[in-house]
Design a protein around this ligand. Structure first.
Ligand code: ATP
Length: 232
């Protein structure tokens, strides 16, 4: 579903993503684990067509990034690290707005809206103003917005950062649930998060993939994990 080949990003003379290659089959929930500054966000933004690669190729659901960046973007639901929500908008209003931006046909909007509100457990706050919601709820609004155009792929960048433990559990459960019918990349620096949510994990460090395997195998067999923050 996602094919990344020799993906590279250079800023001036510094390569921050160095010839990264990996393949994510349909239905997999892949953990993309690495310490701060490793190159996770840069890689995710290149895959989502928000940042032009210096070199390399990306294909998402058979669509080539270089030939059809908007085609790639339409197949991905992207939740950035600091998702931009409009605090003065009501949840439902914001999701309608995002549906319009993503080109969801008007006649499909009510059905999509009902679906994402149900899936992200937003029923009790759908008429509430976003600025009054807790961070956990706001993150679920971000996820609902990422899902509004029915993308087959979800890319989530550090979705639990800054949440309290109860909200973290809820978001992780929701990601597991969404992984049943989406291909997911979960970028994080938290090892237990990938252990709870993913069956396969890539470790990126200083712009390079340094390990690829099950969370168990990596915990026991990869000494570089000490560089990765181990949190809740
Ligand atoms: P974090 O968890 O802190 O967001 P990350 O793994 O997502 O870390 P990136 O944000 O991809 O890391 O950054 C990788 C490296 O690229 C960092 O050293 C960062 O300073 C550098 N970098 C990112 N954007 C730019 C830019 N626009 N110009 C120059 N350097 C950049």
């Amino acid at each position: 579903m996602i094919e990344v080949q020799d993906l590279t990003k250079r800023y001036f003379d510094r390569e921050v993503v160095k010839s990264v290659s990996f393949f994510v089959p349909e239905g997999e929930v892949l953990g993309f684990l690495g310490p701060n500054g490793a190159g996770k966000t840069t890689t995710m933004r290149m895959i989502c067509a928000y940042l032009p690669p210096t070199a390399g190729t990306v294909k998402v659901a058979g669509v080539d990034l270089a030939q059809d960046p908007l085609g790639v973007r339409s197949r991905i639901g992207y939740l950035p690290e600091n998702v931009a929500l409009y605090p003065e908008m009501r949840v439902e209003e914001f999701l309608r707005f995002r549906a319009a931006i993503e080109g969801v046909p008007a006649k499909e909007v009510p059905e999509r809206l009902a679906y994402v509100i149900d899936r992200c457990m937003l029923g009790d706050v759908q008429r509430q103003v976003i600025g009054t919601l807790s961070k956990g709820y706001r993150q679920r609004v971000g996820l609902a917005a990422a899902l509004i155009h029915k993308p087959p792929v979800l890319i989530l960048d550090e979705p639990t950062v800054g949440l309290d433990p109860r909200q973290i559990v809820k978001i992780r459960e929701l990601i597991v649930e969404l992984g049943r019918d989406h291909t997911v990349i979960l970028s994080t620096h938290i090892l237990p998060e990938v252990e709870q949510v993913c069956r396969r994990v890539l470790i990126i460090d200083q712009g390079q993939i340094v390990a690829d395997g099950t969370p168990d195998a990596l915990r026991t067999g990869f000494s570089g994990l000490s560089a990765v923050t181990v949190e809740l």
